[in-house]
Structures are given as C-alpha cells and as structure tokens.
Design a binder for this molecule. Structure first.
Ligand code: CA
Length: 668
C-alpha cells in the first residue's frame, strides 16, 4: 500500500513524453485482451425486497464463492454459496428472500488457491472500513425532495468558478462554529460563523460566490481507520479502496452503510439548494493496494498494466497503474462516473493523473455524462507521475487535450509562470517580480489557444497552442498539492511584509480570474490560509490542514477582494469567451510594455459583454510603472490592490501609473 507515494509528485508536469517500452518487448498484457467482457450494469448485486441476485465478473476464476454475513465485521458467514459459471466471464447466484441489512463478500479460486475475501469492485454500500459490501434499500437513502434535486445549469465550463476543498480542512477547526466537523453534514449547516461573527461553512461559500465546490476524494478510501475515528486521523484520500461507495470517516456512523450514503446526498442537496454544484475528485488511475486490491482479488492481473517482466508498471508513483485501455476497465470507469452522476447528482468530475487513462475512455466519459446531464463537466491532471506502457499519443495528456471533446486540463503554464515553479519553493514568478514569464502568462491569458500575438516558442512549459478551445483549460495558481499560495509567497519573498504578500496573492488571483478558461482556487486562500510551510500535507494533522476561520476577520480585506473578483468575472462574459476564434478577435495585447508588465484590451463587447471595452494591466514589478491607455471616460474597476466590480471611481485615460505588484482594470 502506498498512500504517500505520490502526492509529492502528482503536481508534476512531465515535459517529456515518454516512449513506451511495450514497442520493443512482447507485451505481457496481450492475453487480457482475449478475456470475455461483460457490459451489463447488474454486476455484483441487484437486490429487491424479494430476492438478491449476484453476478461477479472473473473470467479466469476456477471457482467463486459468495459469503453472506449478519453484520459488517466480527461475525461468521451465515451462508456460503458456490456461484455458477455464467456468460461473458461472469459467475452468478440468486437468493430468494429479503436480504436488506445483510452483508456479503466474494472469494475466487485462482491457481488452485482461494484468494482473500473481497467486497468486489462494484460495492455501492459498505460497512466499517469497506471490507464487507452491504445489501440496502437505496430508496431509504434519499433525503426529502431528492427527486427534484438538481445542480446549477452550466452552459459552458468557462462560466464556473471552482473551489477546491477537503471536508476536514473546511470545517474541523473550532473557529468554524460547525457542529458536524469534518463530516459530509458540515456543509448542510446554515447560519454558522466564527467567533467574531463572520459567516463560515455553506454561508461562506454563498457569500464568496463560487459556483462549484470540488471536494477531495469522497469515495471509500483506505488510509483512515473508520473503526477508530476519535484518533482524528487525516488523509487527502488518494488511496482508493471502494470506488462506488462514500468514505466512512465523513459519515456520522461508518458501521451503518446507509448513513454515509444518506449524509453525502444531504450534503449535495444542501449545496444544490444554495445554487452550488459538486465536483467529485476521482482516482481511477491506481489503487491503494496491488495484489490485495478489490481489482486483484476479483480478476487478478486484468485491471492493471505491467512491465515486460510481469511486475506492476507505475505511472501513478503509487506502485501500480490501472489499464483503462482494456475494455472491462474502461467500462468500469465510465459506468462508475455514470453511477455517481445518476445516484448522487454529481455535477462534475476531476480526474487525478488523467494521462494514465487513454483519450478514448475519457471521450466516452464526457459523452456518457452529458447524456445524463448536459451541465456536467470533466477536467483532470493532463500528466502522469511516471512512465507508462500506454503510448504517449493515447494518453489523456494536456498536449492531447484537443483530441478530447468536453475535457479540460489544468494549466501548469499559468500556475508556474505567475507564482514561480511549484516545487522550487524559493522560485518567483510574474506576480513576484521575476522576469522571463511574460509570454507564458500570456499563454495562460488566452487559455493555451492559438493567438496571433502569443509566441509559444517562448513558453516555459509548453511550446505549442495545445488547446483548441478555452473550455479545455483550468487556470489556477495553487491547489491541495504543493505549497499553498500563502506559503509559496512566504518562501519566495523572504523579508517581505504580510501586506506585500497579500498584495502579490491578489495580483496572482486577478490574473487567474480574468484569464480565459475556467478559474480554480484552493479553499481558504480567500482568507489567506496557510499550511505552515508543509508542501505535501496528505496525512498531516488538523493543526496543518485545518482552515482557521479567525483569518476571515483578520484578513477581511483579502476576502472582500476575492469576493469582488469573482463577482466581476461572473457579471462579465468578456472574461469567459467560449472559442479560440473569439479570443483571437476580441483580446488584443499591447505590444510595447516593460518587462513584467502585461496589458491587453477586451474589445467590441467581447462575448456579449455590456462593456464595450475592458483594459486589463498587470504590473508584476515591485515598483510603479507608467502605461498609456486611450483617452476617454473609463470606470476604474481595480487599482492599487483594491477592486470593486461596480467601480472604484473614474479615469480619463492617457498616461497612467500602475502601482507596484497590482492590477489596473478599466472599463467603458
Ligand atoms: Ca475508508
């Protein structure tokens, strides 16, 4: 099991595209392609009050047993059933009677040995620590009004504002004033506030104005012991165990399989009622365990890629990588996200290390989800954390995003150019005064699409316009990985004041939120939260990860800046163009500027904006610079570290001074 594997390197953008070793050696995985596959959606369990039908896919099993248990642990099987070989590599058993409330596992005989019991790969309800699957009546898990529940309508992903959060970070600190700390239910509590009266929880999200929360993994993961929750273990959750059931530690009662399901739905409904969508972070690229995973215990070998010597290949950096290029695994991913969209009303999916998956599977994911709900969107990390047998041209890399319809990728271009390199703590970027980043910031501003004034040969991370549309790009300067923006600024601006660093954070996020593409922010940066300099806090205690909501009072001006920035973006479609052609036509850079100064105009009512013209100027220098703006009657939107979407004042244009480390935005 490798839970830590990883997260130090998943932020990595691998500039090199590896060539697969499979081209020169016999592929040990070829035999799996001959296995029969099963495309039905009744895999593993289909239960009513009158009977329970089981169907396990395991083409090479020599025999399969089904065990029925009265409880989720510490009990003996009350029935052991030999399953019968059926069609397409499946094994079936049908039990008459009402089995609601019971638990089950499977065991397969492989190479003459009975393997460990497993809840299977399609357990939709599980007990403590997910070791046994549960048979429940899903109708009893729906909150009141669930049949009418729906998330916000989204025409284009560029219209959304994504807020990346972790259940525990967001609510566990005493300053949150929330009762259900670290639980799904935390986000159902209205009227919560910090000791000085500022809103927290879901009210805070509404006040900030984000459209979607992206919540770190909420499926059942491996690391936190659900039988010992008072020990307050923390984990990000990038160690998948049961992909199709919620995590127990976020439930008020992990031993009640229905509780985690009902409470997660209540959270989603509360967010939907507040007009906020829910993005699920999904990690189909690897499993927490290798031979002991539910994949390995049901169909040994099949779901993973291997090296020529038969060992697990490891593009995830976690000890294994799954094989989306194989039919049953591809179907698993597609059917799993469809299940979450259908049963839980999930509004979007973020794919961890998406480039481990093949572009064909990702295209199926996007297309199938759109059939369920056209507002659903999909994005992911367009890189791997190591080499893979999957040929580079088939990987869902950011460089291949133009081959994927309805999929967006994170822009490491804008991320590193604005704040400095993600892993070199001392490195600075455009917003902290380091020269050499201007062209890469411009790549970010045009969402990596082709633009006549952007020279991709000068890009730091990418050398070509890899996006065919701004809807394929997620812009950000920080996320759960690596240093928070607050910590990055502290490490890269030694000797600076906190006011200087907050100013740099405002400039950095102003670049993100005015750029074409989709903006994404890490929870708590609106109150200037930090993680005490810990860059890989995947299992750090609450003292590192929890957001201290007293900061909302202390840094009230920072919060107000973010709130206005989001308001500006939401009110003005010029920042949310939907095609590369629109951007090339309506976004015009000024050609002559000092180093570390970028200015551009959004002209001619871009994307139907009420404003005819918007002038955006970024000064990354620690000194004021002069810029020329056409004379006229302008409304000042942002100036000298302040912003108001309705205007701070007026300007006649001409030669204007832009304050150090700040954005000047004018509109008319
Ligand atoms: Ca778990």
């Amino acid at each position: 099991m490798n839970t830590n594997c990883v997260k130090a390197i998943t932020a990595m953008c691998l500039g090199t595209i590896f060539s697969p070793w499979a081209l020169t050696a016999a592929n040990p995985d070829d035999r799996y392609n001959a296995w029969p596959t099963y495309s039905g959606t009744d895999l593993e369990l289909d239960a009513t009050a009158q009977r329970a039908n089981f169907r396990l896919w395991s083409p090479e099993a020599e025999a399969v047993r089904l065990m029925i248990y009265p409880t989720d642990r510490n009990s003996k099987a009350t029935e052991t059933i030999d399953m019968k070989a059926a069609d397409n590599g499946t094994w079936t058993a049908s039990l008459p009677g009402n089995y609601f409330g019971k638990f089950y596992t499977f065991s397969i005989k492989h190479d003459g040995k009975w393997l460990d019991e497993t809840p299977g790969v399609w357990a939709k309800a599980v007990g403590t620590n997910g070791h046994r699957a549960a048979i429940i009546d899903f109708d009893t898990t729906d909150p009141a009004g669930w049949d009418k529940d729906q998330g916000p309508a989204v025409d284009n992903i560029t219209d959304v504002v994504i807020y990346e959060m972790h259940h525990r970070d967001f609510s566990v600190d005493p300053s949150s004033g929330i009762v259900n700390k670290g639980k799904f239910l935390a986000l159902t509590e209205e009227g919560t506030h910090n000791p000085t009266g500022e809103s927290t929880g879901i009210d805070h999200l509404k006040e900030l104005g984000v459209t979607h929360v992206h919540i770190l993994p909420s499926y059942d993961y491996n690391s936190v012991d659900e039988a010992n929750l008072p020990s307050n273990q923390y984990n990000w959750g990038y160690d998948p165990y049961n992909y199709n059931a919620p995590e127990g530690s976020y439930s008020t009662n992990p031993s009640d399989p229905s509780a985690r399901i009902r409470e997660m739905k209540e959270m989603i409904k509360a967010l939907h009622d507040a007009g906020i969508g829910v993005v699920m972070d999904v990690v189909y690229n690897h499993t927490a365990d290798n031979d002991g995973s539910n994949f390995s215990l049901t169909a040994p070998g099949y779901y993973y890629r291997h090296r020529p010597d038969g060992s697990y290949s490891d593009a995830s950096g976690c000890g294994n990588e799954t094989a989306s290029d194989r039919k049953q695994m591809s179907d698993f991913i597609v059917n799993s996200v469809k299940y979450w969209a259908d049963e839980y009303h999930i509004d979007g999916f973020r794919f961890d290390l998406m480039a481990i998956h093949d572009t064909e599977t990702m295209n199926r994911v996007a297309a199938e989800l759109k059939k369920i709900n056209p507002s659903i969107f999909v994005y992911g990390e367009g890189w791997t954390a190591g080499d893979s047998p999957l040929p580079a041209e088939r990987r869902a890399l950011k460089e291949n995003v133009a081959k994927m319809d309805g999929i967006a990728v994170f822009s490491d271009d804008i991320r590193d150019a604005v704040k400095g390199h993600y892993s070199n703590a001392a490195d600075r970027g455009f917003a902290t005064g380091k020269p050499g980043n201007d062209e890469t910031v411009k790549i970010g501003i045009v969402a990596s699409t082709a633009h006549p004034q952007v020279d991709y040969s000068k890009g730091n991370n990418s050398k070509f316009a890899y996006a065919s549309s701004p809807t394929q790009i997620i812009n950000y300067v920080s996320c759960h990985d690596d240093l928070t923006l607050t910590d990055k600024l502290a490490k890269s601006m030694p000797g600076s004041s906190e006011a200087d660093r907050q100013r740099a954070a405002r400039l950095a996020q102003t670049i993100v939120f005015t750029s074409q593409g989709t903006p994404f922010m890490f929870a708590g940066e609106e109150v200037f939260r930090d993680k005490k300099g810990v860059h890989n806090s995947y299992k750090s205690p609450d003292s590192i990860n929890a957001i201290d909501w007293n900061l909302k009072h202390k840094n009230a001006e920072q919060f107000e800046y973010y709130r206005q920035l989001i308001k500006l973006r939401k009110e003005h479609p010029a920042f949310r163009m939907t095609s590369a052609e629109q951007i090339a036509k309506h976004l015009v850079f000024d050609e002559k500027n000092d180093e570390n100064v970028i200015s551009y105009t959004l002209r001619d009512h871009a994307n139907g904006d009420a404003w005819r013209e918007i002038k955006v100027i970024f000064n990354g220098n620690p000194k004021a610079v002069d810029v020329k703006v056409p004379k006229g009657n302008w409304t000042v939107i942002a100036e000298d570290g302040r912003i108001n979407a309705d205007g701070l004042g007026t300007s006649r244009g001409g030669k204007l001074s832009v304050a150090p480390t700040s954005a000047l935005i004018l509109a008319r």
